[in-house]
Design a protein. Structure first.
Length: 254
């Protein structure tokens, strides 16, 4: 059986640990020590590393882990992070402990950003593209690129679990409630997440079906969000890209 669990890193990063038997993969290891500690505690051998994008909080441990374990690495083909053993692009597949992980290109946060989707486990590892209740900042791409990437992820099966790389949920949801105050699915989810955080339990993974109901960065078709933007004098372009850009810009300033 394959299991997926978080390893905490820095102040709010999750490095995802994928285990089957005594073998493991990690996704986006920014720091080596928490990974090495967990591997030792559980008696696991590191077989591979999956990277979603070049930022240091996702790649900082790659070299050390590779040297210490000799594991293989997978990462985006056009990445400033350097050379991986396996460079992957849209539609490529990585074999992860006997399961097939499909690569989706999701530029926007960075231009090299990719996500890994495992249909057998209904699991998506999406780095800093889609967050629980939010999305990554658009650093390198355009907001239109980012929205297209999120639209691609929205089309995955609705039971897909969203393994993103940061615990940003409560801040994201506070913003979501500002742009869509009457969303009942959102207020129900906020209460559940506040309860988890009070007990120091991760809010990640969430489920795509839920994200579609409360995440304002997937809700460019919401009449309520459009109305909030209009009332705030923030909707300059009434199109999906215009709504998404206005929401992203507002969040950047909030
Ligand atoms: Zn990032
Ligand atoms: Fe990050």
């Amino acid at each position: 059986m394959m299991t997926i669990s978080p390893i905490n890193a820095f102040s709010d990063n999750y490095i995802w640990l994928i285990e089957r038997g005594q073998q493991a993969f990690v996704v986006d290891p920014g720091e080596p020590d928490p990974v090495l500690t967990r591997l030792a505690e559980r008696g696991l051998e590191l077989a591979g590393i999956l990277i979603t994008h070049h930022h240091f909080d996702h790649t900082g441990a790659v070299q050390v882990l590779q040297e210490k374990t000799g594991c293989d690495t997978w990462g985006p083909a056009s990445s400033p992070a350097g050379i991986f053993d396996h460079t992957v692009t849209e539609g490529d597949r990585a074999s992860v402990l006997g399961e097939s992980f499909e690569v989706l290109e999701v530029p926007g946060h960075t231009l090299d950003h990719i996500a890994y989707f495992c249909s057998a486990q209904s699991a998506l590892f999406c780095g800093d593209t889609l967050f629980v209740g939010g999305c990554g900042r658009v650093f390198e791409g355009t907001t239109a690129q980012m929205r297209a990437s999120l639209e691609k992820l929205s089309a995955l099966p609705t039971d897909t679990r969203i393994y993103c790389a940061h615990e940003y949920t409560l801040g994201n949801l506070a913003f979501a409630q500002m742009v869509e105050p009457d969303n009942v699915a959102l207020s129900t989810f906020v209460a559940a997440c506040q309860d988890k955080r009070a007990r120091d339990v991760p809010t990640v993974p969430s489920v795509l079906e839920g994200e579609l109901s409360y995440n304002p960065f997937l809700r460019w078709s919401s009449a309520a969000i459009r109305q909030t933007l209009i009332d705030a004098g923030r909707l300059r372009d009434d199109s999906p890209d215009g709504v998404f850009s206005a929401v992203r810009e507002w969040k950047n300033q909030a």
